[in-house]
Design a protein around this ligand. Sequence first.
Ligand code: ASP
Ligand code: MG
Length: 414
Amino acid sequence: MIQAPVKVKKYGGTSVGSVERIRKVAGDLVEEHRHQIPQVVVVSAMAGSTDELVDMAFKVANRPRSRELDMLLTTGEQVSIALLAMAVHDLGSNAIALTGAQCGIVTDGNFAQARIQDVQTAKIHRLLEDGNIVIVAGFQGVTLDQEITSLGRGGSDTTAAALATALKSSCEIFTDVDGVFTADPAIVPEARLLPWISYEEMLEYAASGSRVLHPRCIEIAHKFNLPLQVRSSFKAKAGTTIIRKEILEEVAITGVTGDAGIARIALTGVRDVPGIAAKISQSLADAGINIRLIIQGIRHDQSNDVSLIVPEQDAQRSGEVLQPVSREVGAEEIQIDTSVAKVSVIGSGVASNPSVAARMFQTLAKKKINIQLISSSEVRIACIIEQDQLESAIRAIHKEFGLEQLERKKVEPA
Ligand code: ASP
Ligand code: MG
């Protein structure tokens, strides 16, 4: 009979990036196993291996089909679960490695971005009761039709959140950083680790260039009120816990993030008539290009300038896709600029503190940083600036808001 509550843990690619690291993770798991703690462990592919598989796919084919891409990419996780289970055996504990399909992660049939529809837990419970550490391949599932699917790049986090929800357990994401910081410590050495953050804020971090957690994982955790803990797999430190905003003290801003991996596409002088934005966005959607931001500005000559922010790697293709559309909508020209970056301030108090925006813009002005585009939401203000000014912008904003001294408290016990 299981006594202690089940723990779901997820280890990212760097945490299992070498055989030594796999043995280290195995050691940590065995330690808890000896304390009778039932563990379900989700693992990513070893660092870099998914990228290598993608590379190979594009070397054998110009347009590999997504079904076979999923077939290929999901093998990375199969390597790491098998190695981790072997390392656990070697230390004298029982573990069993399961693919997504074997463990009952049922998804829809959208290859490359499948959504989890059901998590069958009977087998996991049985294996745990038999005294196993259950090691599950992240990022993958199976359709009712036995097709192997992947959840999209970075999707192992999502597997962990879905399993924790189904098992009504806690969820710890072990990674190569200590948690979520007020800014990237590589850019701002005095950045502080945030012990708590809300789901809404964390989603903005994920959308604003922080790659700590996959957005879908945060969405699932939010929906089911699952506290998610992000912590280092190399240090025994608490990290950051993501929880409901109602139990957090509201602070104007919790952090500043940057994203240099974007490009700005502008269609200038497009006709000011209904249906133009629809045409532009539909053509990019059809090409599978994700528009991160779209801004339309009015000119005084009955035409509009439309600016789009897309992932940098899609810049060239976006330009090609928009060529015919730009003629249709009467655009003067298409400009593509990959030397831009986005700097964002994030915090639960952004909407209720109008001074946040003013202070952010003034700080950039003082540094002579030109703002090309601005966008805001309840919990974020983002500015598009020149990429080579990004780090200086982050440092100046961090300082302006005194983030090196940020103390945020929980207002209600867990
Ligand atoms: N291995 C997959 C990737 O690199 C999934 C993950 O690591 O979360 O995207
Ligand atoms: Mg990841």
